[in-house]
Design a protein around this ligand. Structure first.
Ligand SMILES: Cc1cc2nc3c(=O)[nH]c(=O)nc-3n(C[C@H](O)[C@H](O)[C@H](O)COP(=O)(O)OP(=O)(O)OC[C@H]3O[C@@H](n4cnc5c(N)ncnc54)[C@H](O)[C@@H]3O)c2cc1C
Length: 453
């Protein structure tokens, strides 16, 4: 039996490899870097646990739960603390808890009476059906109002994509919101009546999905999947070229060439643009992927003595809209979410800086990242003195921006797959940017490829 080459040992590639191997299909995974996990990175030091990339997995699909069971990780899985559900959004220079019920919405100081009235009117706004691709910003202003965009959605968009709401595409970056308008004519009606349909499909809305991690952070998952691959995971081995053969593909790396029946590309869009693919008379059919913006983001993980932080920090964290004028995009209250993220009597706060909002800040040197974060946390959370633990990580190219026009790249992927048989594309640049989306993408691509073997 011919084997499958998987390019990229992020969560997508590792999930695909895990399931192909379980079905008896031999795999080789090539990873350009020196470790498995891609953007997932957890570090245990001095009793603190720093999580630099994603912090939680949202259990939005039964496939995610199944992977954890199949990988034998149920005993190491940690559900987030149910008392840490509170989310804060900054307004008037302070974090205000987001309302969790309709009554809470009408009494919250987070929005003015005008914005609350706009929400009441939303079910009566006619759905747009002219096929024009809107940004999430245009959509929110059309269905709600400017205040809702500036003081709520801008912050949420920073939390998911580190993105710009005026650029992110409604159908590509927020397909579920678009579907609510298409299917129910309104967000509010869709939230109410869509629950029944979601139940049927087994899918769970992001705001209701369980959040989890592992005892030693998310890195446990890629490490476990990578360990099962043994010698078929090749680290520090970037793939530079793919050449079509009579019955599959030749994969070229600095170490030589190897032949496979199929190839699954699970890397990033910007690295795909550089990959030489000899197929369909074109050497670099994916060159235009270099246009996809991946703004830099730095994670700043700070540990404090409990008494040096005035805010309770009980909750998921806080998001900060641009209009509030802070440098950080938001902060996760890491030690409230999961146990063992900080030694007793301490708190761990994970802040993000940069993104499409302030790309230049995402590349600041470590010392400046820490000082900028501390300055904001002093005002927002009443932090005093110096942190007792500091760790930072910079992602020069963090999250792909599914901006207006992103459909062209998705179409191109389909067109390359059609012209280059047994070459497949999966992962965060195609199937959604969340960790859960990447896991589902890895499961689905393994099913698709297993069928041809
Ligand atoms: C800072 C940050 C915070 C995030 N927070 C969250 C969160 O809280 N919740 C959430 O759900 N999601 C979050 N995400 C998103 C989520 O982590 C990612 O979408 C997901 O992990 C992507 O996995 P992947 O395997 O598709 O890609 P990646 O993790 O990018 O892995 C791709 C791998 O492919 C390798 N590669 C590329 N080209 C080649 C080549 N030619 N040869 C060999 N190897 C190659 C790369 O080296 C890399 O290791 C966050 C992302 C970032 C950056």
């Amino acid at each position: 039996m011919k084997s499958v080459a998987i390019i990229g040992a992020g969560i997508t590639g590792l999930t695909a490899a895990f399931y192909l191997k379980r079905q008896g299909v031999p795999v080789t995974v090539y990873e350009a870097g020196g470790r498995a996990g891609g953007v997932i990175q957890s570090l245990r030091q001095d009793g603190f646990l720093a999580e630099f990339g994603p912090n939680t997995i949202l259990e939005t699909s039964p496939k995610i739960k199944q992977l954890i069971i199949d990988a034998g990780l149920e005993a190491r899985k940690l559900n987030s603390d149910p008392t840490a559900e509170a989310r804060y959004v900054v307004r008037y220079g302070r974090p205000i808890q987001m309302p969790g019920s309709p009554l809470g919405f009408f009494t919250t100081p987070l929005f003015t009476a005008k914005a609350k009235f706009a929400v009441l009117c939303e079910p009566f706004i006619k759905p747009r059906r002219d096929g024009v691709e809107e940004s999430i910003g245009q959509f929110v202003v059309r269905r709600f109002n400017q205040e809702f965009l500036d003081h709520a959605i801008d912050a949420l968009v920073a939390g998911i994509y580190a993105g710009d709401p005026h650029k992110l595409s409604l159908p590509h970056a927020f397909p579920k919101l678009k579907a609510l308008e298409d299917n129910y004519g309104s967000m509010i009606k869709g939230q109410i009546f869509g629950a029944r349909d979601r139940k049927k499909s087994g899918e769970v809305a992001k705001d209701r999905a369980a959040k989890f991690s592992f005892d030693e952070g998310l890195q446990v998952l890629p490490d476990t999947l990578a360990a099962q691959l043994g010698g078929s995971l090749k680290l520090n081995t970037p793939v530079s070229k793919l050449t079509r053969t009579n019955d599959g593909w030749r994969v070229t790396t600095a170490n030589g060439e190897e032949e496979f029946g199929a190839v699954i590309y699970c890397g990033t869009a910007h690295q795909l643009a550089k990959l030489e693919i000899e197929a369909a008379q074109q050497r670099r059919p994916a060159e235009t992927f270099s246009e996809i913006s991946y703004p830099p983001v730095s994670a700043v993980v700070l540990g404090f003595r409990r008494e040096d932080v005035a805010h309770s920090c009980l909750g998921f964290g806080m998001l900060i809209p641009k209009i509030e004028g802070f440098k950080i995009l938001g902060t996760i209250f890491s030690s409230a979410l999961f146990p063992n993220r900080a030694p007793a009597g301490h708190v761990t706060l994970t802040s993000y800086i940069g993104g499409a909002r302030y790309p230049e800040l995402g590349l600041l040197p470590e010392k400046e990242l820490i000082e900028a974060t501390l300055a904001d946390l002093r005002v927002l959370l009443g932090v005093k003195g110096r942190p007792v633990f500091t760790q930072t990580a910079t992602y020069p190219r963090a999250i792909p921006q599914y901006n207006v026009g992103y459909g062209k790249y998705r179409e191109l992927l389909k067109a390359i797959e059609a012209k280059a048989p047994n070459l497949f594309f999966a992962g965060h640049y195609r199937d959604g940017v969340s960790l859960g989306d990447s896991i589902v993408s890895g499961v689905n691509i393994a099913e698709r490829v297993a069928k041809i073997f």
